[in-house]
Write a protein of this length. Structure first.
Length: 92
């Protein structure tokens, strides 16, 4: 699995939306999300499963692939942090 450009775009827009809520900008002026950001949850589960499978096989030496999956998890973590901040700021 690999986070495609559309996923990165959702991450960026979610960060922007979190800031818009943080600064108290009215929702009518907010940027629109290109799709439901929660769809990245499926991606994250897939990456976790793939990485877990690789890690559970000591003889598997695809270190480069493991590193790429770890980077993807960091991006997914940033996304969920932005989504959480966005939702928390929205409910204030």
């Amino acid at each position: 699995m690999k986070l495609e450009n559309k996923g990165l775009e959702i991450l960026d827009v979610t960060r922007v939306k979190a800031k818009q809520y943080e600064f108290g900008i009215e929702e009518e002026y907010h940027v629109e999300l290109p799709q439901d950001p929660k769809r990245l949850l499926v991606f994250t589960i897939g990456v976790l499963g793939e990485l877990a499978a690789l890690e559970s096989r000591p003889s598997d030496e695809r270190e480069e692939h493991k590193q790429e999956l770890r980077k993807q998890l960091l991006v997914a973590g940033q996304f969920f942090e932005s989504l959480s901040l966005s939702l928390n700021n929205r409910n204030r």
